[in-house]
Design a binder for this molecule. Sequence first.
Ligand code: MN
Length: 246
Amino acid sequence: MSASAHTLFISDLHLTADRPDISQQFLSFIQDSAPRAEALYILGDLFEIWLGDDAMTPTHGIILNAIKSISDRGISVYFMRGNRDFLIGDEFAKACGCEILNDPSVINLYGTPTLLTHGDLLCTDDTDYQAFRAYIRDPKTIKQLMALSIEERIAKGREYRAGSQAANKEKPMDIMDVNQDAVLAMLREHNVEHMIMGHTHRPNEHSFELEGKPAHRIVLGDWHEQGSQVYADASGCELQELVRRV
Ligand code: MN
């Protein structure tokens, strides 16, 4: 069976030393599925936390080398930062042979202009989170964080996560999903009708109308219980579950 030219999208693996099963599934994905694609897009939160390119561990090295191996074989690899791995920088990109994309970005997906976003920008009902995001993603803040020692960054990360976990407990579930007006506004601003995103861990395909035209938003799932990918070719996009065999 020869698969036609296709592109894969993944996000929200949240790779961490505590979950070697997820890393193993990702490494199998990179070895078996990814090489058959012509391009792979990683739409953020590949890692549970990224403390900076200067804090890479040998475990990270295994992941990055795997990605580099498919990039070396001619597969285009693109990475968009998520809210967990926003400190990923040029050294990471070099080590895995990927190109870093801005959030959002619009690509031409087999003739269909498609907007890619991690997705947290669309959760506008969560005003506390958006304020925190604006602060933490400010280049000045990032510069300050990177000037800290790795130990200090670990402590900061713990502090931020404890704060967000405590706040999230008080929030109704809907607040942490996307705001549909924000979805429409982002699509309108970029003049597209198709979107692929991650972040919310609510895998689904949503259909709606935008200026009288059919519009679609595909949400990738996380890799906590199984994997998730979007398979795209000239005939369209499909959201697929990836069974974990380990
Ligand atoms: Mn996220």
